[in-house]
Design a protein around this ligand. Structure first.
Ligand code: SF4
Length: 174
């Protein structure tokens, strides 16, 4: 996904449509991706990549909570993930004031973030399906997401519909 001024280059990014198995949009990058995933032990061979649902491909390539998308921001705040810039719910600290307490209180109030890291965003969608409006699932399946760039936009969409917050509340109150 490309954001901001790079939005005009979105059609050049290597993306897949979430709800399909179609990999044609990866173009020549598919071979590079297959080699990387084989080297990382994420798939056994190129055929396996071809057969994977794009949901599973994005799950295996997930960078949630890991560098480079963790804590990167060009604004005066640290955000959990680049797409969340400007959304206070994902703001951790002002730059230069990040301390252990800020980290601990941020995660204590948002257990969903650890669960996104563990299960991937698709694992969350499966586990809390009852809290996700049907139309929103269709919208997510139709999204195009890039592979291994700087984060996707899926949990941002969930956040905008207050679904992440509902799931988070469920975790805090159960
Ligand atoms: S926006 Fe995507 S990459 Fe970023 S935390 Fe959410 S699911 Fe992970």
């Amino acid at each position: 996904m490309t954001w901001g001024r790079a939005g005009d280059a979105a059609s050049l990014a290597c993306y897949v449509e979430v709800g399909t198995r179609d990999k044609a949009s990866l173009g020549p990058y598919q071979e590079i991706l297959a080699n990387r995933m084989i080297a990382a032990g994420q798939i056994e061979n190129e055929e396996e990549l071809e057969e994977l649902s794009n949901r599973e491909l994005l799950t295996r390539a997930s960078v949630c909570g890991r560098s480079p998308n963790f804590f990167i921001s060009w604004s005066p705040r640290y955000y959990y993930c680049i797409p969340h810039m400007g959304h206070d719910w994902f703001g951790i600290s002002k730059i230069g004031r990040l301390n252990l307490d800020a980290m601990e209180s941020f995660h204590a109030a948002r257990p969903i973030i650890r669960e996104i890291q563990d299960l991937s965003i698709f694992g969350i969608l499966d586990k809390y399906r009852g809290l996700v409006p049907e139309g929103l699932l269709d919208q997510i399946n139709a999204m195009r997401e890039s592979i291994r760039f700087a984060g996707c936009s899926i949990c941002l969409v969930l956040h905008r519909h207050e679904v992440l917050e509902k799931i988070n509340l469920e975790m805090l109150t159960r």
